[in-house]
Design a protein around this ligand. Structure first.
Ligand SMILES: O=C(O)CCC(=O)C(=O)O
Ligand SMILES: [Fe+2]
Length: 209
């Protein structure tokens, strides 16, 4: 059976995914994971499959906090004109602690947007850049539930070279600096590896708006 064994005999090590990009395994403690999953349940009714300008529809469901993202811009309202959910202060503080864990200091990091993605076992996310923010502050990514294969590429093309890592529940990824605009995606979810029947990913960003 896959998934985290009860006793992790060999601690999982930090992985540098690129300059300024790091995976910190098991960074989110069990209590905070439960809090995040409970919060995602509250936010879930607002989630939608994002429609792309080319007519395609994303397989993940997404709900935004702080600013609403639709390709390729942010706004304060949803497509139906309703206000976006607020970005909670506790999530900003968690984001600051995450950047400090990755880089040694949070600096003046002040995330004001979260994209919360709900993956069922068949969902994936194609290679893309997070480039609709005006700020080049780092992106903080928190993973919960089923393990996802995270593909972290380069800033030039959506193709190789890339590195694939497995993001388990509680794993943190921070990408900033020279890797802030690196292409990345989620080619695969490993079903049954978590205990929430799917995968959640929360990315925190500074909109610069
Ligand atoms: O689910 C992930 O790990 C990545 C999500 C992502 O890249 C995004 O929301 O822009
Ligand atoms: Fe992304």
């Amino acid at each position: 059976m896959r998934g985290a064994p009860v006793l992790e005999l060999i601690p999982r090590r930090r992985v540098e995914l690129g300059p300024g990009a790091v995976q910190v395994p098991d960074w989110v403690d069990a209590d905070t994971q439960r809090t995040l999953v409970a919060a995602c349940r509250e936010w879930a009714p607002g989630s939608r499959h994002t429609r792309m300008p080319n007519g395609g529809v994303m397989s993940v469901r997404t709900v935004c906090l702080g600013w609403h993202w639709r390709p390729y811009r942010y706004s304060r309202t949803l497509d139906d004109g309703s206000p976006v959910l607020p970005f909670p202060e506790w999530l900003r503080d968690l984001g600051r602690r995450a950047v400090a864990a990755a880089y040694g200091t949070a600096g003046d990091y002040t995330p004001d947007v979260a994209l919360v993605n709900f993956y069922d076992t068949a969902a994936k996310m194609g290679m893309h850049q997070d480039k609709d923010e005006r700020s080049l502050a780092p992106v903080v990514s928190l993973s919960l539930g089923d393990t996802g294969v995270f593909r972290f590429g380069n800033t030039e093309t959506r193709g190789r070279p890339w590195t694939d890592v497995e993001l388990r529940s509680g794993d943190l990824v921070v990408f900033g600096g020279e890797s802030r605009l690196a292409y990345h995606g989620v080619p695969k979810i490993l079903p049954g590896t978590g205990n929430i029947g799917g995968r959640l990913n929360i990315t925190l960003r500074e909109s610069g708006l």
